[in-house]
Write a protein that binds this ligand. Structure first.
Ligand code: PA5
Length: 460
């Protein structure tokens, strides 16, 4: 596995000292940062942070491979029901490691409905035979409204197709004990996998919830975990100046102090587009916090934005190069693409095409990345590059693990709890209340009162 972090363009030597960081200062900060590293290592050792050790769980890999092997013949479609951390990781694995046109010629066909737009959900039905579809319901808490309602929506069809045997086409991945999914599983013989209690939703891609759809669609999950393990060796380095996760976190948090409140992730690779989507949740939910760990109000966070190279050069880059200097951009670059056929100029009378002849599309894409990097750097915009030698299971495993550990380090550097999400819970509770869930009557009355008191201005 070869993943490199090139941070030359966040330094004052590239972008000047108004916006750039000083290498010696970074070095001193890294040298003084041992307590942050030790704090994380301690939380790893005492079992508070379970995500660190997931890639080492070979038993889980074997169990998942055995389970998916045993059901592959039974199902020709797979529907993944979950949202947020229960879905973004599996989607990122699927789109980075399987063909964009996977469902046109591969089975089981894979569907990831992570929203409750009824029209969108309904569009899945004509493409599946419910009797031959596995519905994998994933919820750490077991009660998230979107996941519960999507389950109920498909249950209607499952019951019609299978009657009381509906449970045969259900698989749950949830908390080891708590939550509504466990209550359903107590009443019906539904196969369950577990999300360990010490693993939060957005850090759970290496649990069964990510591994099952990956293995079912033919992704080499052993290689995925191997990549994460190899990265664990790098992100565990005590020399923090040489530790890619720590340096990613340090650079981002130092840039926040310089007003770079937006973290753009821009893969120059369609395959890695949803990795940027997954990162959006990881970085936003983990670091966007009102209070620090001492209870002091800090209103901290860095807004993650995803962009796609080269497509968004024609949409976003104008803003990034000339608009407010409030962003730090992370490029994801691919060293070698699988397909690298050189182009030919099929219109020899158009000399302006000659420069493309003999070049591959990958070469063009990477050159465009270099060009954007140059434009940002020339305009004193901080940017860094995570370069993957190639997009395969091992490298994707390594990349995701690197970003998880970087997020944990950033939480330490900001002195916030990167592993809770009180703001998300607030929204979940309001949804339960407004939808009339039992036990939330008081909250409902409070919300309605507040809404009534609020003046409404609408233009029709
Ligand atoms: O990271 C998180 O904890 C959240 O984004 C959750 O993943 C998301 O809210 C879904 O929750 P659950 O898996 O409990 O249904």
């Amino acid at each position: 596995m070869d993943i490199r972090l090139d941070y030359s363009n966040v330094l004052d030597t590239s972008i000047g000292n108004e916006h750039g960081l000083n290498l010696q200062e970074l070095q001193s900060m890294a040298a003084a940062a041992a307590p942050y590293h030790e704090a994380l290592q301690q939380k790893r050792a005492d079992g508070t942070l379970g995500f660190f050790d997931l890639p080492h769980d070979e038993t889980l890999v074997n169990e998942v491979n055995k389970y998916t092997g045993s059901i592959r013949e039974r199902f020709d479609a797979y529907v993944h029901i979950g949202i947020g951390g229960s879905s973004l990781g599996p989607i990122a694995l699927h789109t980075s490691l399987n063909s964009a046109y996977y469902n046109m010629d591969r089975q089981p066909a894979m569907f990831f409905p992570d929203n409750v737009d009824p029209d969108w959900l309904d569009e899945i039905l004509p493409h599946i035979n419910v009797k031959k579809t596995l519905f994998h319901v994933v919820s750490k808490s077991g009660g998230t409204a979107e996941t519960a309602s999507t389950l109920l929506y498909f249950m209607e069809h499952l019951k019609k197709a299978l009657g009381e045997n509906f449970y045969r086409n259900l698989l749950f991945t949830t908390d080891p004990h708590a939550g509504l999914l466990n209550q359903i599983a107590n009443e019906n013989p539904i196969k369950c996998f577990r999300i360990p209690q010490n693993v939060g939703g957005r850090f759970s891609v290496f649990t069964a919830l990510g591994l099952i759809p990956a293995a079912l669609s033919g992704i080499d999950i052993a290689a995925l975990m191997r990549g994460a393990r190899k990265m664990d060796a790098l992100t565990g380095r005590e020399d923090l100046f040489d530790n890619p996760a720590f340096m990613y976190a340090l650079i981002h948090t130092e840039m926040m102090k310089r007003g770079k409140n937006i973290s753009v992730m821009m893969p120059y690779s369609n395959k890695l587009r949803d990795v940027a989507d997954w990162y959006r949740q990881l970085w936003a939910e983990s670091l966007g916090k009102r209070f620090d760990r001492n209870g002091k109000r800090v209103d901290v966070g860095q807004t993650p934005v995803k962009a796609l190279g080269a497509t968004d050069q024609h949409s976003q880059v104008q803003l990034y190069v000339e608009g407010p200097n409030d962003k730090i951009t992370t490029f994801l670059e691919v060293g070698h693409f699988k397909h690298n056929t050189p182009l030919e100029n099929h219109f020899p009378y158009i000399a302006d095409f000659d420069y493309l002849a003999g070049k591959s599309l990958g070469q063009l894409l990477n050159t465009e990345k270099s060009a954007t990097e140059l434009a940002l750097t020339n305009n004193r915009r901080p940017n860094l590059t995570l370069k993957l030698e190639k997009v395969d299971a091992e490298h994707v495993g390594g990349l995701l693990y690197l970003l998880e550990v970087a997020t944990a380090y950033a939480g330490e550097l900001l002195n916030i709890n990167a592993f809770d999400q009180p703001g998300v819970e607030e929204g979940k509770i309001a949804t339960y209340a407004l939808m009339g869930r039992k036990g939330y009557e008081k909250k409902k009355a409070e919300i309605e009162k507040a809404l009534q008191a609020r003046p409404v201005h609408v233009i029709k």
